[in-house]
Structures are given as C-alpha cells and as structure tokens.
Design a protein around this ligand. Structure first.
Ligand SMILES: [Zn+2]
Length: 398
C-alpha cells in the first residue's frame, strides 16, 4: 500500500530508509525530473541495474504509483514510464504585475485545465488570493475533481521571495503584497500545502524541465516584460541565494546617473529597458500603447518600435554579459513579453554579450528564445510542487 504525501517544507527529513526504499525513491525522483522515460533510460540515469528497475517499476505500477505505456525508442519497442495520473492533482498559479494565470495538472505533468485573466495595476494579496480560491473551485468542478484531489499548490510571484520569512524579500516592489505570508494564508484557507517562489525562478525551472533549458546543468533564464528578472540554474538546480534575492538582474545598475527605478536606486536595468521605460518615449506619439503592441508593430516593420526594442536589447545584453562573466552558463534563455519580438530583441542582446564577455568565442553561451512563453512560471510552479510530492510505503497496511 502506498500513500502520496507532500513533503513538509518546514521539517528536514532525517529518517533512515532501506536500500529498496531508497531505490524506489530514486526511480520516482528521476521520473519527476525527466518526465516519461523508458526502463533502459531509467537504469542509465539512476545507475541501478535493469533488473532492479524492472522489478521496482512492476511493483509501483501494480500499486498505482507508476503508469507504463507501450512506445518505441530508436525503432525498438519500449515501455514509457510516468507517474500515474490518478495519484492526484497539483495547481500552478502565476501572478505577474498585470495578469494571473492558473493551471491544474496531474502529477505526470498533463495540464487538465488552464485559465488566465488580467489584473488591476497594484493588485492586492487579499483580493487576488480570494480569486484563486474561486477559480480553483470552478476548475476542479470542470474536471469533476474535488479539493481533496489536490496534493499541493505552487504560487509564482513577480518579486524576490524569502523562504525563511515566507514573505516578499524586498518591500516596495509589490506593495499590495508586502508582509503577507502568502503560503501560510493560503494553506490555512485551502487546507492543502502551498509553496511560493519568485516567478523568474519558477519560469527557469519550467524551461529546465520541459523547455529551452532542458538537459542543461548551467543556464540563465531572463524574463523581460514590465519588469526584468532572472532565474539561475546552477548545477542542474535553481539557485535562489541566501535570502531569495538571487537573479534580480533588473536591479543591476547599468548607468549610475540613469533614471530613478521603482526600487529607489538610479540607473537600474529595469528603469532603462523594462516595459514602462520602453513605452514612455513611444507614447508621446501614440497614447495607450502597450508592450505587446510595441512587439506587434516592430514585427510588422515599425522603425520606432524596432529601435526601442533594440535599445532595450543592448542594455539587457550589457547586464547579461556581466552575469555570464560571473556564472559561465552554457545557455541563456530569454522569455517574457518582450521576447516575443524574437531576433529583434535577441540580435542586439547577443551582439552586446559577444562584445563584453570574457569567454573565448567558442565558450560564449547560446542565447535563445524561451519555449514555454507566458506559461513558463505556471508550469514551473507545477514542477516545483511535483518535486515536493513524495510517495511513501505504509508498511503497517501490507
Ligand atoms: Zn531598481
């Protein structure tokens, strides 16, 4: 008999596990990390013998923990192994400055329901968390599910998040959310475990697991939209730093005497290349212009919009070169609303990186567009939660 648990993130695991239990854990963790795998791939990635893998997969499939489907790899028949869909549901929620996106998924990563909506500028935690409750109830109803089917919820916020205090790490960036213990508040209301992290970190995790950074040990994800943030993947894991501030690329100073930033400093990258900074000069001729309009106009040849995006790309390139000199990533993934402009943004950004980077030409990281688009943080929040789901054997019930 197996039971699905969500790891208690306030307690560190310390119990001894038997070898067989440890091997089961390794197989489940590897599937969580890589998605569907064949038994041969599982043996390769876990270092376990094919016979051990085969036994454990058989045992866990019978117990309803794993699910196998026939597939082919390199022309040969194989069994594709995933977590069993029926283990339960997980929820990913992404708040950005002006949007909320929410997805309901099974633990195997299949999204079963998804929704998004615009949010008021300067939205507040109390209103928006109410809204999550209502939307979640609707989504569950649409898939004939209940709150008891939900294993856990992951929430992405557009600000650095301090896991030790459970609040946004730097006040003033998201005023309506300052001091709110988001996970705590939601756990009390939903009665389910809730995990929170910064949206750029979760987008990086999403791209690492199922997008443009898949299989990369060292990569940087840069989110370019209203604000600018980065998620850092070091040694195959998302690096959040000592107090959750790691990756605040938008607040690296590009020009000491530059424009005032919302963080209180001058000349931050975000104050030069963030959404409002791109829009301001363009709006004198075109009022009501939005960032997505700038991208659309630029892609249809509007030279003022092309120039504005190129200028932002150069500034982001300077900050990216500095980051690459420190971290030496293999790949830089550029996502966010402005990334939809493709090479109009990436070209100038890449040129600036090539000009300022210390690495030799063959060691320059490839700079690519993201693959998950606006869904990156939501899917990353789901992956973050699935990572914390553990499957435990209840010996007493055997
Ligand atoms: Zn700043």
């Amino acid at each position: 008999m197996y039971r699905v648990l969500v790891a208690d993130h306030r307690r560190t695991p310390g119990s001894q596990t038997s070898l067989r239990e440890a091997n089961r854990g390794r197989i489940v963790d590897t599937i969580k990390k890589h998605g569907g795998l064949t038994q041969v791939e599982l043996a390769g990635l876990t270092g376990l013998s094919p016979a051990t893998v085969s036994n454990i997969v058989k045992e866990l499939s019978t117990a309803g923990v794993l699910h196998t489907t026939p597939s082919t790899r390199s022309g040969r028949r194989a069994q594709n192994v995933t977590l069993a869909h029926a283990l339960g549901l997980v929820v990913g929620v992404h708040f950005s400055t002006r949007h909320m996106r929410m997805a309901l998924s099974d633990v195997a990563g299949t999204v079963v329901s998804e929704t998004h909506m615009p949010l008021a500028k300067d939205h507040r935690a109390d209103n928006e968390l109410d809204r999550v409750m209502l939307l979640l109830a609707d989504m569950l109803e649409s898939v004939d599910g209940a709150m008891s089917d939900v294993l856990a919820i992951g929430i992405a916020l557009p600000a650095p998040y301090d896991q030790s205090t459970g609040t946004i790490a730097r006040s003033g960036l998201m005023r309506g959310w300052d001091g709110v213990e988001v996970a705590e508040v939601m756990e009390r209301r939903l009665g389910r475990p809730v995990y929170v992290d910064n949206a750029a970190n979760l987008a990086a995790l999403g791209e690492l697991r199922m997008g443009a950074a898949r299989g990369k040990e060292n990569a940087v994800y840069i989110d370019v939209g209203d604000g600018i943030g980065a998620g850092l993947i070091l040694g195959g894991r998302v690096y959040t730093g000592h107090s959750g501030i790691a990756g605040e690329l938008g607040h690296t100073i590009i020009r000491e005497d530059g424009p005032l930033c919302r963080c209180g400093n001058r000349g931050c990258l975000e104050a030069i290349a963030g959404g409002p900074a791109i829009l301001e000069p363009l709006r004198s001729a075109r009022s009501g212009l939005k960032l997505q309009d700038v991208v659309i106009h630029a892609m249809s040849g509007d030279s003022a919009c092309i120039r504005a995006i190129a200028k932002a790309g150069e500034a982001i390139g300077i900050a990216t070169a500095n980051l690459c000199n420190v971290l030496d990533p293999e790949r830089v993934v550029v996502g966010g609303e402005l990334a939809r402009a493709g090479e109009l943004l990436l070209g100038p950004l890449r040129r600036e990186v090539e000009r300022s980077i210390v690495a030799g030409f063959d060691a320059i990281p490839d700079i690519v567009q993201d693959q998950l688009g606006a869904r990156a943080s939501t899917l990353g929040a789901i992956a973050y939660v699935v990572d914390r789901v553990s499957i435990q054997r209840e010996e007493s019930l055997e």
